[in-house]
Design a protein around this ligand. Structure first.
Ligand code: NAP
Length: 230
């Protein structure tokens, strides 16, 4: 059976990715930092007929990542898919001209170092799978080529760096397919009620890359199943 771990899978885009991969027959490992929320989400996924297992995982905590590898290894001998979805959007009322290093570091801890460390830690299990795939949920806010504005500078910095993580892993580990995705502006707690996309639309390219995209598609940044510039 195919296996997938999704971080931050208890709500928002992560939950929807877990739901869709479950309906495609994956055994879904539901990564969540809050055990109650994680267990509730896992139960909801099971009620929809999916095979789901809760995994306690705070991506900003290296011990939690180590423990999560242990938890998954006790149940599965390989991992086919890792979706680095967990993210925060933490800002001050400031442009980059005044932004504190503390705020920048908090965004990096979860949005950049989180996916980097989780991918490193799960690499042995991924490499035991057949054509393993990693999907890093990034943001158009991290795009350099479109020109940056003043919105959410700490978050945008962390997503630009996450895209670099994608490119570096693609070069260093050719046996995995790894890509960044911009889900668009999605109606979640982070995106808010005015966002233009449903969670189903936001999850689409992530699920496609996780399950159906060509195996040799790697080291790219995508939105709507198409490459976009870095
Ligand atoms: P969301 O509704 O705020 O959900 C964020 C998820 O990440 C929650 O499950 C949260 O867990 C989890 N999380 C945060 N910090 C974590 C940590 N340290 N360890 C583990 N889990 C953690 O956000 P979303 O809109 O679904 O966003 C999902 C991803 O899409 C993020 O990477 C985001 O940057 C990206 N994205 C979103 C949009 C958008 O418009 N929504 C646009 C572009 C990119 P808790 O419930 O415990 O807080």
């Amino acid at each position: 059976m195919k296996t997938a771990l999704i971080t931050g899978a208890n709500r928002g885009i992560g939950y929807e990715v877990a739901r869709q991969l479950g309906s495609k027959g994956f055994h879904v490992f539901v990564g969540a930092r809050d055990p109650q929320k994680g267990r509730d989400a896992t139960e909801a996924l099971k009620k929809e007929g999916g095979i789901a297992t809760f995994v306690a995982l705070d991506v900003s905590d290296s011990q939690s990542i180590t423990d999560a590898v242990h938890t998954v290894s006790e149940i599965a001998d390989h991992l086919d898919v890792l979706v680095n979805n967990a993210g925060i959007l933490l800002e001050e009322d400031a442009t980059v001209a005044q932004l504190s290093a503390e705020t920048i570091m908090k965004n990096f801890q979860t949005n950049t170092l989180g996916p980097l460390r989780v991918t490193q830690a799960f690499l042995p299990l991924l490499l035991r799978g057949n054509a393993p795939r990693v999907v890093n949920v990034s943001s158009g806010g991290g795009q350099l080529s479109e020109g940056m504005d003043t919105w959410a500078p700490a978050y945008c910095l962390s997503k630009t760096a996450l895209n670099a993580v994608t490119g570096l892993f693609a070069a260093a580990v050719p046996d995995i397919s790894i890509n960044s995705v911009c889900p668009g502006w999605v109606r979640t707690d982070m995106g808010g009620a005015s966002a233009t996309r449903s969670v189903e639309e936001g999850a689409d390219t992530i699920v496609w890359l996780a399950a159906d995209a060509p195996e040799d598609l790697t080291g790219q940044f995508l939105r709507d199943r198409k490459r976009i510039p870095w």
